[in-house]
Design a protein around this ligand. Structure first.
Ligand code: SF4
Length: 307
C-alpha cells in the first residue's frame, strides 16, 4: 500500500482543487481529491455472474458499523470541504442488507447533509427491489443503476439463467414508481461481437447504459471472459458511429465521459487516470478501502472504521 501511495501520490496546490486530509494514517497518500464514498452494506449476492470478482457471500453491515460509516463520511466530507457529497451503495448485492439498514443509512445521510447536499446512488441487480425499497428510494431521490448485458439470451449466457427476467422485473417496478434506471453492460469476447444486438436492446428500451469491459479478477491471470485492450478498442470504435446517430435518444455514459476526458486532456473515469484518492469504500465489516473492488480483502484495507 505504501508503494502504491508513493506511486500515485497526488499533488496539491493553488488551482488544483485538491486538499489535504490531515487525519488519515501516514501510510496512505496525504494529498487526495474530494473522495466519492462507496458504502458496501453486503458482499453477498444471489446471482452468479460468470465474470464476477465478488465473493458472493458474507455478512451484512451491522447497524453500529453503518452509523460509524456515516460519521466517517460526514467527517471526511467536512475535512475536504465538499459542497456536494457523493455516496454510492454497492455490493455484492446491496439490497441484501435489508430495509432497516437502508432506512438507517438514508435517514442518516439526510440528517447529516440535508435533502440537497448529498447525491445518493445504488448499484444493484434489483432482484430484491420491492415497493418498500421503491418508496424509500423515491423519497430520498436515490439514483438507481443496475447491470444487464443486452437482450435475454445474451445476458443469461454470461450472468446465469433467469438473471434477465429478475432484473427486468426490478427495472419495471422502479419505472412504475416514476424512477429512471441506468445500466452497466459488461462486454466479454462472447457479446462484444454482438454489440449491435446489445445496442438495439437498450435503444428499444430507452435505457441509458455504460460499456464495461470484463477484466480478470484481482490476483487472477487471464480469464476467458476478459476482453483484451484491442477487443475493447474495436468495440468502442464500432459503437461510436452508431451512438452519434442516436445520441439524442439514448445516453452511453462511458462514451460521453471518454469524450469529455479528451476535451479536458485528462481521463474522467477512474479506469483512465491515476485514481487513488478519488474513492473511499467501506465494506460490511467496516474496513476502509481506496476502491470498492478491494472490499472484503483485508490485506488491501486502509484502516478499520471502528479503530
Ligand atoms: S450481480 Fe454483481 S455482485 Fe452479483 S454476481 Fe453479478 S456481478 Fe457479482
Amino acid at each position: 500500500m505504501r508503494k502504491a501511495a508513493e506511486r500515485y501520490g497526488v499533488q496539491t496546490g493553488e488551482g488544483t482543487g485538491l486538499v489535504e486530509i490531515s487525519s488519515l494514517p501516514t501510510d496512505v497518500p496525504r494529498k487526495v481529491h474530494e473522495p466519492h464514498f462507496m458504502l458496501v452494506p453486503s458482499l453477498a449476492c444471489p446471482a452468479l455472474c460468470s465474470y464476477c470478482f465478488g465473493p458472493h457471500e458474507g455478512p451484512t453491515m451491522p447497524a453500529e458499523t453503518m452509523e460509524a460509516s456515516l460519521d466517517f463520511v460526514a467527517r471526511i466530507a467536512g475535512e475536504t470541504r465538499q459542497r456536494k457529497v457523493k455516496v454510492t451503495f454497492h455490493g455484492g448485492e446491496p439490497l441484501m442488507a435489508g430495509h432497516a439498514i437502508w432506512k438507517q443509512a438514508l435517514d442518516g445521510l439526510r440528517s447529516r447533509f440535508g435533502p440537497r447536499r448529498c447525491e445518493v446512488a445504488v448499484q444493484s441487480n434489483l432482484w430484491l427491489l420491492d415497493d418498500d425499497f421503491c418508496h424509500l428510494f423515491r423519497e430520498h431521490q436515490v439514483d438507481i443503476g443496475t447491470s444487464l448485458d443486452g437482450p435475454r439470451e445474451v445476458t443469461d449466457a454470461q450472468r446465469g439463467e433467469g438473471y434477465f427476467d429478475r432484473t427486468m422485473a426490478g427495472i419495471r417496478r422502479a419505472q412504475a414508481w416514476g424512477m429512471r434506471v441506468g445500466c452497466i453492460a459488461t462486454f466479454t469476447p462472447a457479446n462484444a461481437p454482438r454489440w449491435w444486438d446489445v445496442f438495439d436492446f437498450f435503444f428499444a428500451e430507452r435505457l441509458g447504459f455504460s460499456v464495461h469491459p470484463s477484466v480478470p479478477p484481482l490476483g487472477g491471470s487471464g480469464s476467458s471472459y476478459s476482453l483484451t485492450a484491442g477487443q475493447y478498442a474495436s468495440l468502442l470504435r464500432s459503437m461510436l458511429d452508431r451512438y452519434v446517430e442516436c445520441r439524442h435518444e439514448l445516453s452511453i455514459s462511458s462514451i460521453d465521459q471518454m469524450c469529455q476526458g479528451v476535451g479536458r486532456g485528462e481521463g474522467k473515469v477512474c479506469t483512465f487516470r491515476d485514481c487513488l484518492g478519488m474513492f473511499l469504500a467501506v465494506d460490511p465489516s467496516g474496513d476502509i478501502f481506496a476502491c470498492q473492488r478491494f472490499a472484503g480483502r483485508p490485506p488491501w484495507r486502509v484502516n478499520p472504521i471502528l479503530s
